[in-house]
Design a protein around this ligand. Structure first.
Ligand code: 4AD
Ligand code: MG
Length: 467
């Protein structure tokens, strides 16, 4: 029997004088006179286990195949290490070669590859130092997020991935169909004549991959008070930027009996809590990012945890941008959607910390946001972070039935598609609010990585879905 466990992380925590058995992939091999050293890593920690192979202790023919990338098990004696950099090392007595990696073709034979190159070998990049750290941090961040909500009494709800409703009303949805695209059934008569006949499709109507679990989370909030989702979301927008994915993960808390101020307070407390927890649990990985990727990562995270976020309204933000004297690629004026250059100016130049912008013009925000008394703005909030721009988008929701009807119609959306969403405002409506955190955007922030494609295992972007 081979059981899971026996992690290198745990072996590294022991002291010398015991026998041990480790499996993993050879990161590097160094040969000197009479002795070879392997750096063995199984992904359980940033640190490798050093394997010492004394000449004659392992059969030469076998040892030839123990090269960078090979997968092995090493049995031996754990001894206190005389060299710097590690406290213990494993003196090999026996080596089992599970899988060799031909040094003449193994793509990670050498170090120093570009991120672009590594992206093309997403099946192997997970063995590099950088991606080892990225995915350990990703795991720790997911755990910290669940911990935060569970500690605070939020119910975890699994919202659907296939849906008939457009949660953002923005139309950037991937269709889901089993219709034969070579031979699409057509409506035979009536005013829809010639259109696709969705009554023959799997769900009997058009269906899509969800852009957000919010609307369904609202159903649950109006029964369980505080809930959150954590799942994949999909957007068919053709944005080829370092901050956009077609498939990304979103965390969406939704709170009954909560207004915009409460929503902002929760978002700040939440971000500080999860960042602090990851700093606590992934120190060696974050130190690596600080050394190799971006030397401001640690100081920035420290600063975020220990400073208060700035609160400004959209109108104030536009005034700051107008007075800045900057030349913008996208000109600034009341009514424009803030672009990444504007968001970064506010967070990096003006305030030098996260900024929460509220009360945006209703024309540029989704139909479900609560209208303000001025008739022009809605109770929206975007949390903007230095280097990244928008990291969270949220709002207080429109809980008044008649106002919501007007807003749906006013945005040119189909009223009947939202019948159940409207009924929530008819039966036991309550003030409520929530937000969505882009998981990979926060990952960019935590790691200092420059491209969102490098903080998700298998990125989906326009024209690219290989793995
Ligand atoms: O601002 P968004 O569109 O908000 C919503 O979807 C709301 N329903 C959330 C809510 O109130 N429950 O998206 C939320 C966050 C953004 O702030 C951003 O961080 C991230 O999701 N995001 C993306 N991340 C990666 N790639 C994309 N294409 C993204 N689009 C949005
Ligand atoms: Mg947004």
């Amino acid at each position: 029997m081979i059981e899971p466990g026996g992690y290198i992380k745990d072996i590294l925590g022991k002291s010398g004088g015991v026998s041990a058995s480790a499996h993993g992939w050879v990161k590097t091999r160094r040969d000197s006179k009479g002795v070879s050293f392997l750096q063995l890593n199984d992904g359980s920690s940033f640190a490798d286990l050093q394997i010492v192979i004394e000449a004659g202790s392992i059969e030469e023919e076998l040892l030839k195949h123990v090269t960078t990338g090979a997968c092995v098990r090493v049995d031996g004696d754990l001894v206190d290490s005389p060299g710097g950099g590690q406290t213990v090392e494993l003196k090999a007595k026996e080596i089992y070669l599970f899988g060799e990696a031909d040094p003449t073709t193994y793509p990670l034979q050498k170090k120093g590859h570009t991120m672009e190159f590594l992206r093309d070998i997403a099946h192997l990049r997970t063995r590099s130092n950088t991606f080892g750290s990225v995915f350990r941090v990703r795991n720790a961040l997911a755990r910290a997020i669940h911990n935060f909500f569970q500690r605070n009494g939020f119910l975890y709800v699994h919202t659907p991935i296939i849906t008939a409703s457009d949660a953002e009303g923005a139309g950037a949805m991937f269709g889901v169909t089993t219709l034969d695209l070579q031979n699409v059934p057509r409506v035979k008569e009536g005013d829809k004549k010639g259109h696709t006949d969705y009554s023959e499709d799997f769900f009997g109507k058009p269906a899509f991959l969800t852009v957000s679990g919010q609307l369904e989370a609202e159903i649950f909030a109006l029964s369980f008070s505080n809930v959150y989702t954590f799942g994949p979301t999909f957007r068919a927008e053709n944005s080829n930027t370092p901050r956009h994915l077609a498939e990304f993960w979103m965390i969406e808390p939704e709170m009954a009996f909560c207004d915009l101020a409460g929503n902002m307070a929760l978002a700040e407390k939440f971000l500080k809590s999860v960042i602090a927890e990851v700093m606590d649990t992934c120190a060696p990985d974050l130190e690596f990012f600080n050394k190799r990727i971006d030397d401001t990562v640690l100081s920035t995270l420290d600063h975020v945890v220990n400073s208060d976020f700035v609160h400004i309204t959209y109108t104030e933000a536009v005034q700051i941008l107008e007075k800045s004297g900057q030349t913008w690629e996208f000109p600034v004026g009341w009514g424009i959607d803030l672009q990444s250059e504007h968001e970064r100016y506010l967070t990096e130049q003006t305030f030098k910390k996260p900024v929460i912008v509220t009360d945006y013009p209703k024309e540029i925000k989704a139909f479900y946001m609560r209208s303000n008394e001025d008739g022009k703005t809605v109770r929206a909030m975007d949390v903007l972070a230095p280097r990244i721009g928008e990291i969270i988008g949220g709002s207080q929701r429109e809980e008044r039935h008649d106002v919501l009807v007007e807003k749906i119609v006013g945005q040119g959306l189909q009223l009947d598609a939202y019948w159940w969403y409207l009924e929530l405002r008819k039966y036991g409506s309550a003030p409520h609010a929530g937000f969505g955190l882009g998981f990979e955007r926060l990952m960019l922030y935590l790691t200092g990585m420059k491209n969102i494609r490098d903080v998700i295992p298998f990125p989906r972007t326009p024209g690219s879905a290989e793995f």
